[in-house]
Design a binder for this molecule. Structure first.
Ligand code: MN
Length: 191
C-alpha cells in the first residue's frame, strides 16, 4: 500500500493574500509531497505495510511516525480552508465553544496565543475529549493529539515553512489572518 498526496480543494492562488500561491506551491507541492514520498519509502518491510494513516500515527515511532503524522496533519490543515469560508461556527460546535471558552472571540484569542507561543516547530490544535470537552493544545514537530486520545477539530501549522515567505518572522500576523480562510462548515463536520 502506498499513500498519495491529496489535491488541494481550491486553486493555488485562492487563499491569497492570507496564504500566497508561492507558499502553497512550496508547502503543498514540496513539503507535503516530501512527507508522502518519505512515508512510502519507509513502509516496505515495516510493521505498517497495510496500515492506515491513523494506525501509523497512533503506534509508529521514528521516521514512520514523523512522516505519517506530517502527511495527516497537512491534509487536515489544508482541508480547513476556503476562499469563501463560513466565518463563524454554529450549532453544536458553537455551543461547545461558547461553553468552554466563554465566547467565539475569546476562543480565537486563546488559540492565537497558544499558536504564537509554541516554541520552535509544531502545531496548535482545537481538540475534543471523549467527554466532549474542548481544549487547545500545542504539539511539537509532527506530533498529533490522536496519540493522546483527543479528537482534532482545527489546526494551525506554525512551522516556519507555513508562513515565512508571506510573513517572515511575524507569526502572530499569520495567525491573525488565519481566521479569514478557516471554513467553519468544514470544522463543524469534524465534531
Ligand atoms: Mn507544514
Amino acid at each position: 500500500m502506498s499513500f498519495e498526496l491529496p489535491s488541494l480543494p481550491y486553486e493555488m492562488n485562492a487563499l491569497d493574500p492570507v496564504i500566497s500561491k508561492k507558499t502553497l506551491e512550496f508547502h503543498h507541492g514540496k513539503h507535503h509531497q516530501a512527507y508522502v514520498n518519505n512515508l512510502n519509502k519507509l513502509l516496505p518491510g515495516s510493521d505498517y505495510v497495510n496500515a492506515d494513516l491513523e494506525t501509523i500515527i497512533r503506534k509508529a515511532k521514528g521516521g514512520l511516525f514523523n512522516n505519517g503524522a506530517q502527511v495527516w496533519n497537512h491534509t487536515f490543515y489544508f482541508a480547513s480552508f476556503s476562499p469563501d469560508p463560513k466565518k463563524e461556527p454554529e450549532g453544536k460546535l458553537r455551543a461547545l465553544i461558547d461553553r468552554d471558552f466563554s465566547s467565539f472571540d475569546q476562543f480565537k484569542g486563546a488559540f492565537e496565543k497558544e499558536a504564537a507561543t509554541l516554541f520552535g516547530s509544531g502545531w496548535a490544535w482545537l481538540v475534543m475529549s471523549e467527554h466532549e470537552k474542548l481544549s487547545i493544545v500545542q504539539t511539537s514537530n509532527a506530533d498529533n493529539p490522536l496519540r493522546d486520545g483527543l479528537k482534532p477539530l482545527l489546526t494551525a501549522d506554525v512551522w516556519e515553512h507555513a508562513y515565512y515567505l508571506d510573513y517572515q518572522n511575524k507569526r502572530p500576523e499569520y495567525l491573525g489572518n488565519f481566521w479569514k480562510i478557516v471554513d467553519w462548515s468544514v470544522i463543524e463536520g469534524r465534531i
